[in-house]
Design a protein around this ligand. Structure first.
Ligand code: BDR
Ligand code: CA
Length: 314
């Protein structure tokens, strides 16, 4: 095997963030250098606690640091209606054994990237507050960032407003910095993630693996599906795991390259990711936008990752 891709996991766990981290930890292609939390699905206190619990559960042995509560501009927005009061309601999880570093998320990202021999990939599955701040505060590190793989946005529509997806809407100014950065950017937006549906029979396949992580993943899916079923979905869209799948199995995804801009103002469209389909801007593409997924292969990927934890503990 060629050497592993060094990554930083930045997210707001969150059921689908947790499943994304489960997929990343199980992958032979990825090396997790650090994890960081961001305010989003719940307050920064809650997402940080959840991040530490998830790292402990999965055995992610890497430094962790907390982000901040506020986006770069405006007030925080949380999604307790989807992820519950804790931000990760559902199965009981272990008390965290991972402590937060005495530096903030952006400082840990910078320190990790500066210390890495190889350019680092950032997998961002929450609002882009930390990544945007990193690029503003440490522009000299940009050559050492290989790739940013995000879950966020959507070419066709939003899920928190008609135009905006949650992660981008929470911090459009940070997202704007990321999309304008000139760095390699993969966007797992709603165009693809709403096709990354995990159906109840898939939960049962994962549950039947029987190892403790697989059972927790199935219970996260049970919880995550409760909300989505109530709004008419046939399965749980495990949005954030697509940003990890893009690194380890890009062949199961279909992508198009576009110049994408983030709307930071507007009465109706703040937080929209606007793709230039017809070249009006005369700008080269800045975004590798994922638009479709082989759903069955995605389920296999999740199930194989969940099975890995059983083999690892033998
Ligand atoms: C995104 O919002 C959050 O609720 C999920 O964790 C995902 O990152 C989907 O819009
Ligand atoms: Ca998330």
């Amino acid at each position: 095997m060629t050497s592993k891709i060094p990554i930083i996991l930045d997210g707001d766990p969150g059921h689908d963030d947790a499943i994304a981290w489960m997929l990343a930890k199980a992958s032979a292609w990825l090396e997790i250098l650090a994890c960081t939390s961001v305010s989003g699905n719940q307050s920064i206190e809650k997402t940080s606690y959840n991040a530490r619990r998830v790292m402990t559960l999965l055995g992610i042995d890497a430094p962790f640091a907390m982000g901040r509560e506020e986006p770069l501009h405006g007030e925080p927005i949380h999604a307790g209606n989807i992820h519950g009061e804790t931000g990760l309601d559902g199965p009981a999880l272990p008390d965290p054994t991972i402590e937060a570093e005495p530096i903030n998320a952006v400082e840990l990202m910078a320190k990790t990237i500066a210390a890495s021999d190889k350019p680092v990939t950032i997998v961002a599955t929450g609002p882009l507050t930390n990544v945007g701040a990193l690029l503003i505060l440490y522009p000299e590190l940009k050559p050492k960032i290989a790739h940013i793989s995000i879950m966020g946005g959507g070419l066709a529509h939003g899920n928190w407003t008609p135009a905006a997806e949650f992660n981008i809407l929470v911090d459009p100014e940070a997202a704007d910095v990321v999309f304008k950065s000139g760095l390699q950017l993969t966007m797992a937006g709603l165009d693809v993630t709403l096709k990354a549906l995990v159906f109840p029979e898939d939960f049962e396949r994962i549950r039947a693996l029987g190892n403790p992580i697989a059972v927790v993943v199935a219970e996260w899916l049970d919880f995550f599906y409760t909300f989505h079923r109530s709004i008419g979905y046939a399965g749980a869209p495990v949005h954030d795991a697509v940003a990890v799948a893009a690194l380890i199995k890009p062949e199961i995804l279909t992508a198009r390259d576009y110049y994408v801009q983030v709307e930071t103002s507007g009465d109706f469209c703040r937080g929209a990711t606007v793709a230039d389909h017809y070249g009006f801007s005369q700008q080269p593409p800045n975004t590798h936008a994922l638009v479709d997924i082989d759903r069955e292969a995605f389920i296999d990927l999740l199930a194989e990752a969940a099975a890995w934890y059983g083999k690892e503990s033998e």
